[in-house]
Design a binder for this molecule. Structure first.
Ligand SMILES: NC(=O)c1ccc[n+]([C@@H]2O[C@H](COP(=O)([O-])OP(=O)(O)OC[C@H]3O[C@@H](n4cnc5c(N)ncnc54)[C@H](O)[C@@H]3O)[C@@H](O)[C@H]2O)c1
Ligand SMILES: [Zn+2]
Length: 345
């Protein structure tokens, strides 16, 4: 299965392959950026199918806390030592942390070399590996340093997902649900009705990537439509911050955030109670959390202004106005927001 992502700048367009890893054929030097966990589980498979002139394994430490400039420096250093040039390629082999860092390193090494994503988490397959947002965190916040740099291709292998822990798996479903709720009611109804066996899992990856590709094609640099994909994230970022990124996985925080956004939507008269409840039930069905104890709603509200997407003192809320459609609202009254935050006390 192949999905085309067509960009205005035609040379940047690329393909996303699902279960077609054997097509991976490269020229020149190839650096595989991965970590010990992913390498231990799946590197052998990758090495057995990868055709290229020379391979280098670049291992980085595992975890969001290592998604920083220091690790990018380490990657670059190995590229210099191994004399990579503009005809070389970097492969990101791991979850979203690896793809964000590898893409960024590829975009700045000698002003840009090719990179390919081979995502091994569900979250990275349905979301992070497609669309060309790359970057790292620093002490001022998440993803504040980075670039838009599209991969040359993406290879999703459903088999790699078999070793994912349950919570990581559910976190990926949260991002897929995000796309269904904001863009595709049919996909939402389908998700509501199915059990995720292998066949359905491949379909889920395919449907999510199709949606994400359509959105990126229309709005590569997030000037408008693509921002809809931040549904649930305005709330999630505050939750992640308040809990020091320790209590919830990103996708879990997004699930809670979507539930909060839906409460706001109900409050604004845009979504019915029944629709909000229906979404909540599907989140729960996939093992995702929907509640979070807000200690102080005023502090929670103030924290919205730390987000890099909050501009000119206006909070951008992505609100699903029904299932399969969402709008961006930046004029929600503070009192309405506080009211729904109190529901979570
Ligand atoms: N660029 C984008 O558009 C975009 C979109 C969404 C998220 N992101 C970023 O993605 C990151 C989150 O990605 P993630 O959820 O994949 O986290 P992650 O990369 O930290 O992976 C989660 C854990 O699973 C492990 N792992 C990876 N593959 C595995 C496998 N097949 N079996 C068992 N364990 C495996 C990883 O080593 C890690 O410990 C965040 O940094 C986020 O900012 C980027
Ligand atoms: Zn996300």
């Amino acid at each position: 299965m192949q999905i085309n992502l067509n960009l205005k700048e035609k040379v940047s367009s690329y393909k996303i392959y699902i279960n077609e890893l054997e097509r991976l054929e490269l020229k020149g030097k190839v650096g595989i950026v991965t970590n010990a966990k992913v390498a231990g589980l799946h590197l052998e498979k990758l090495l057995s199918v990868l055709k290229c002139d020379e391979k280098f394994i670049i291992s980085v430490p595992d975890g969001e806390k290592y998604k920083n400039l220091e690790t990018v420096e380490q990657i670059l250093e190995q590229l210099f030592v191994s004399k990579f040039d503009r005809s070389s390629t970097l492969i990101a082999f791991g979850g979203g942390v690896i793809s964000d860092m590898t893409g960024f390193a590829a975009s700045i090494y000698e002003r840009g070399i090719n990179f390919i994503n081979i995502p091994t988490t569900l979250l990275a397959q349905v979301d992070a590996s497609v669309g060309g947002k790359t970057g790292v965190n620093n002490k001022f916040g998440k993803n504040l340093i980075g670039s838009f740099c599209q991969p040359k291709a993406v290879f999703c292998e459903i088999n790699f997902l078999k070793t994912l822990p349950k919570r990581e798996f559910a976190a990926g479903i949260a991002e897929a649900l995000k796309m269904a709720i904001t863009f595709d009611k049919e996909m939402f109804d389908w998700l509501k009705s199915i059990n995720l066996d292998d066949e359905n899992l491949a379909k889920l990856v395919e449907k999510s990537i199709n949606l994400k590709a359509k959105v990126v094609e229309q709005d590569e640099k997030e000037k408008g439509l693509r921002a809809i994909l931040n549904y649930g994230h305005t709330f999630a970022h505050v939750i992640e911050n308040e809990t020091n990124y320790k209590e919830f996985l990103h996708g879990e925080a997004v699930a809670i955030g979507m539930n909060m956004a839906n409460r706001l939507s109900v409050r604004l008269g845009l979504m019915s109670e029944a629709q909000a409840e229906g979404i909540k039930q599907v989140l729960v069905k996939f093992g995702l959390p929907v509640s979070y104890k807000i200690e102080n709603e005023y502090a929670f509200y103030e924290a919205f202004f730390m987000d890099k997407k909050t501009k000119d003192d206006k909070i951008n809320f992505i609100i699903a106005d029904k299932i399969g459609s969402a709008i961006i609202k930046n004029d929600v009254k503070k009192e309405d927001v506080l009211k729904i935050l109190r529901e979570f006390k």
